[in-house]
Write a protein that binds this ligand. Structure first.
Ligand SMILES: CC(=O)SCCNC(=O)CCNC(=O)[C@H](O)C(C)(C)COP(=O)(O)OP(=O)(O)OC[C@H]1O[C@@H](n2cnc3c(N)ncnc32)[C@H](O)[C@@H]1OP(=O)(O)O
Ligand SMILES: N[C@@H](CCO)C(=O)O
Length: 377
């Protein structure tokens, strides 16, 4: 860990709260693990809050402590990048319910001295946002220069001006939506049932045995990962090609149930590597939070109502091959912003990579985010 403010500083804070959750529970204390990059300027006007997606974390531009891989948005965050520690004070916090240091099912319930497990309260995207606001209070940041996020990070980004209309000047919402559809909920339910069907899940009380429901979580990730890709991307990357195996040097079909196709081997790899870095109960809680997300529902059934009180500028970005949160979902937000009279720019970008395109090299996305942020500086 470097003390150089241009690089990520890993921090953790235990805030007394209490935080009143949408489900009615008062959470106290509120543990938040977060990273900062750059320096807060004298009038605290250069803060950017980055919001991570479902399985992301605070390590946005620093190496992941388990996998050792570079942070999940090094393409967007860093010296000379659109979100630049030379200009911005960048904050990225592990969301409530996750497993990288913030309060969640794997953390200790102070009332019992044992991990919360499934007694952790059900949380919402708005609860995540409120926890982030507590962190900003702690950091002395009254108003954000911008809040930025993709996928579930975009749900938080679009919720921020709706929840705290005066605390954010700009929101960048990428590959996201203002609500989960029946199809979104359906895929999540398949994943949750895979976790719960694993006998090692034990009703969520697997921490002390040290033997988590890895098989169930891996299957959940495999199913979910398909939704992050596109048919064109899968065809280009794998097609119907067979996986090379030591027992089949001629590359012929094996007529069995091992991973014969490259796509099968790839998905198994994605599933197996995921369980090393993620907690199964957190997966249940966060997917549930996403399923409950319905910004219009939170505002009397009219999405435009969510934006009437804010003066924030908005930037919406979608990808043409994202069938998880297709462009129509971004357009619905744009229409609501127009109806509310909020300034918004919107672009649909072309990419063969589906939903996860926002995590990959996307020069156009960087150009759009850079231009939008600079216009407010
Ligand atoms: C947004 C956030 O907040 S962070 C969370 C985001 N991170 C993730 O979702 C991590 C998992 N997701 C991914 O890997 C996503 O596809 C991306 C977009 C992040 C990365 O995409 P890409 O760089 O194109 O990587 P790709 O999808 O090809 O996966 C590469 C991995 O598959 C492996 N792989 C590729 N082909 C095969 C195959 N036929 N058989 C087995 N493994 C394979 C590679 O060896 C590599 O393994 P490694 O990650 O252990 O090094
Ligand atoms: N692949 C990303 C985006 C999913 O929405 C993740 O796992 O968090």
């Amino acid at each position: 860990m470097s003390d150089d403010p241009r690089f990520g500083l890993a921090r953790h804070v235990s805030l007394p709260g209490p935080l009143r959750l949408d489900g009615g529970v008062l959470l106290s204390p509120v543990e938040i693990a977060y990273e900062t990059y750059g320096t807060l300027n004298a009038d605290a006007s250069n803060a950017i809050l980055l919001c991570h997606a479902l399985t992301g974390d605070q390590h946005v531009a620093s190496a992941h402590p388990v996998t050792g891989k570079p942070g999940w948005w090094v393409r967007m965050v860093g010296p000379g990048k659109p979100i630049d520690p030379a200009r911005h004070f960048i904050v990225c916090a592990n969301v409530l319910g996750s497993c990288m240091g913030s309060s969640g099912p794997a953390t200790i319930n102070p009332a019992t001295g044992a991990p919360w497990g499934m007694s952790f309260p059900v949380i919402t995207i708005r609860d995540m946002v409120r926890a982030q606001a507590l962190l900003l209070d702690h950091l002395g940041i009254a108003t954000l220069h911008a809040v930025v996020g993709g996928s579930m990070g975009g749900m938080q980004a679009v919720s921020w001006p709706a929840t705290f209309p005066d605390r954010v000047r700009a929101a960048v919402v990428i590959a996201s939506t203002a609500r989960h559809t029946a199809q979104n909920i359906a895929f999540h339910e398949v994943g949750r049932q895979a976790v719960m069907a694993d006998p090692k899940w034990r009703g969520g009380a697997y921490y002390e045995a040290g033997d988590p429901p890895a098989a169930g979580l891996a299957v959940a990730r495999m199913a979910a990962h398909i939704t992050y890709l596109s048919e064109a991307g899968l065809t280009e990357k794998f097609g119907r090609r067979l996986q090379a195996r030591p027992d089949r040097p001629d590359g012929a079909i094996s007529f069995g149930f091992d991973a014969d196709f490259q796509i099968e081997s790839y998905l198994r790899h994605q599933g197996i590597s995921f369980v090393d870095r993620f907690d199964a109960n957190s997966y249940l809680y966060i997917t549930r939070a996403m399923d409950y997300f319905d910004l219009a529902g939170e505002h009397g059934g009219q999405l435009a109502n969510a934006f009437r009180a804010t003066k924030a500028r908005f930037c919406l970005v979608s990808f043409d091959t994202d069938w998880l949160y297709p462009t129509a979902e971004s357009r619905a937000i744009v229409h609501a912003l127009n109806a509310a009279g909020a300034p918004v720019s919107f672009v649909e970008l072309s990419s063969p990579y589906g939903h996860d395109a926002f995590l990959l090299e996307a020069p156009e996305m960087n150009r759009v985010v850079n231009g939008f942020l600079r216009a407010g500086e």
